[in-house]
Design a protein around this ligand. Sequence first.
Ligand code: S3P
Length: 173
Amino acid sequence: MANNIYLIGFMGVGKSAVAKELHKKLALPLIEMDQEIVDRQGMEISEIFAQHGEAFFRDLESGLICEIAKGDGAIVSCGGGAVLRKENVDLMQQSGMVVLLTAKPETILNRVKGFSHRPLLEGKMNVDAIRELMEQRKPAYEDACQYVVTTDGRRPAEIADGIIALRELHVDA
Ligand code: S3P
């Protein structure tokens, strides 16, 4: 079975920062899904949403997961909505371990408020709106993951060490 590590979770939960640490510590290739899509399209995520719509972006995301799932041994930082399609989740679970990163809405707001590249948070930079979208997403995240790791008040390197310990158990299982 393939041994990718998929990091899933809400926007701003720290997937990219933790993936970078895992990449350094494990010396495995890093795939940053959003960045890969931006590079391939030559457009920012917000432009893709504005010009082609969310469904088009989701198709790009699914296509990329299909490719990634054929490979082995990568650290994959998934877009926050990558678990919204069951076929994506099936591919992740078949090709590696799926780790959900979580954080409180207050923590998320602190992490995302200075950035404008997330179209789904446009006009929603407040705790209530973030909490509402998180609640909607919660079942999808919980169904998709095999492990849950909280990130509030923790450094990416420390979180990565915890995931490496889980990976040893996962590989042995
Ligand atoms: C999205 C999350 C974003 C990006 C897009 C949609 C989502 O990724 O894929 O803006 O639906 O949650 P990050 O979670 O890396 O911010």
